[in-house]
Design a protein around this ligand. Structure first.
Ligand code: IGP
Length: 406
């Protein structure tokens, strides 16, 4: 794979971290926190922009020392040094995220009630171990799920599987081609059975049938929900669609909290993944962008507000930004959010950087499409309005008010 050689350090470093993790179960709870570090090591930047600068610079120096000895991946001292720093770095985790305006806590402060404990609005604000909103609840559960999956499927086995994986399809290319062909924003059509906000959207749900109907209707790309607990999705759906001869590039719609998931998604047939800025601090975004590049995945970086957009515009290498019109903390949908985040200087910067913007969620009519297109999007991500139709091909026709299939 093209990027592999140039990313030797990051690759070795990554394996090293995973080796340390998998071979030493006692370090597991601490290991998760080390994810902040690799990005600082890989690109040597990023960590200086926080208010906790001086403490971090100490960590960065230690990290650099560790990185320099990565030449010998079997070096025990590197593993020890990393382990000894993990706790300290982890201690900064929420502090770091908070400096970027991130409200979502990646894990509960202590042991969580991961189950639903009543409507959010009736909970006390200071119930520390209770998720504050649905996004936080999803993320906490995802962490537990991924931790268990990582024990069964090692990163090394995923890397091996990638050696024989099919080359990824060009996600952004497909969106651009569709825009040029139809004059409408390229459609990423979502294969979604259910959602926490809308419940079951399609009772008789056959993912391959829906995917084929979308492709027939002129979708440029498909988005496949793989989260089981909240969206009734699964990776088998992604694999099945990939193996059914569907040509559209596939976005794995997951809540990514760990780089392991990127490798996993790629082995299951994903061409692209979603990175949610409300969940991932800048260092994680940078780190994961590098892994994506290395393994041939396109990253769709999702924002919902001005702060998240500004954070993402300050990061180099982002080619695709999704503006979610749905607030994942409250479920409120407002398509004027897309317009708001593309106005003025932000829109200017997006054009300068040649970033493709995807308008996401709450799009139902040709007027909605015209509205977000006017605001500047070149692509749209649509689920509910088309997946609910008996014939999703017709759903696309109704959405655009026109046949866009040829
Ligand atoms: O069904 P809708 O309103 O057309 O929305 C699709 C898509 O934007 C939405 O499913 C979505 C956007 N970002 C997400 C993040 C996770 C899960 C789901 C999503």
């Amino acid at each position: 794979m093209a990027g592999l050689a140039s990313s030797k350090i990051s690759s070795d470093f990554h394996s090293l971290l995973y080796t340390s993790y998998t071979q030493n179960p006692s370090s597991r709870s601490k290991f998760r926190k080390s994810i902040y570090f690799p990005s600082a090591l890989i690109d040597g930047q990023g960590a200086t922009s926080y208010s906790v600068r001086s403490r971090q610079m100490n960590h960065v120096k230690c990290g650099m020392k560790a990185a320099s000895s990565i030449v010998d991946p079997s070096s025990v001292s590197v593993v020890d040094e990393l382990k000894s720093k993990e706790w300290e770095i982890g201690a900064l985790k929420d502090e770091l995220a908070a400096t970027q305006g991130i409200r979502i806590r990646r894990q509960p402060p202590t042991d969580p009630p991961l189950h639903y404990v009543g409507p959010f609005e009736f909970r006390l604000q200071n119930e520390e171990n209770t998720p504050r909103n649905i996004l936080e609840e999803i993320v906490w559960n995802k962490h537990v799920e991924v931790t268990q999956m990582k024990e069964k499927v090692t990163i090394d086995s995923l890397k091996k599987a990638l050696e024989s994986a099919h080359p990824p399809r060009h996600f952004i290319g497909a969106l651009k081609a569709s825009y040029l062909r139809t004059g409408f924003p390229g459609l990423i059509a979502e294969v979604k059975k259910a959602s926490p906000s809308r419940g079951v959207l399609r009772e008789d749900f056959d993912p391959v049938e829906v995917a084929k109907a979308y492709e027939k209707g002129g979708a440029a790309c498909l988005s496949v929900l793989t989260d089981a607990k909240y969206f009734q999705g699964c990776f088998e759906n992604l694999e099945a669609i990939r193996n059914a001869g569907v040509q559209c590039p596939l976005l794995c719609k997951e809540f990514i909290v760990d780089a392991w998931q990127l490798y996993y998604a790629r082995t299951k047939g994903a061409d692209a993944v979603l990175l949610i800025a409300a969940v991932l601090p800048d260092l994680d975004i940078k780190y994961m962008l590098k892994i994506c590049k290395m393994i041939g995945l396109t990253a769709l970086v999702e924002v919902h507000d001005e702060n998240e957009m500004d954070r993402m515009l300050a990061i180099d290498g982002i080619q695709l930004i999704g503006i979610n019109n749905r607030n994942l903390e409250t479920f409120k949908v407002d398509i004027s959010n897309t317009k708001k985040l593309l106005e003025g200087e932000r829109g200017e910067k997006i054009r300068q950087k040649d970033i493709i913007v995807v308008g996401e969620s709450g799009l139902f009519t040709p007027a909605d499409i015209a509205y977000v297109q006017e605001a500047g999007v070149k692509a749209i991500l649509v689920g509910e309005s088309i997946v609910k139709q008996k014939d999703p091909t017709q759903g696309i026709r109704q959405l655009f008010g026109k046949d866009i299939s040829s």
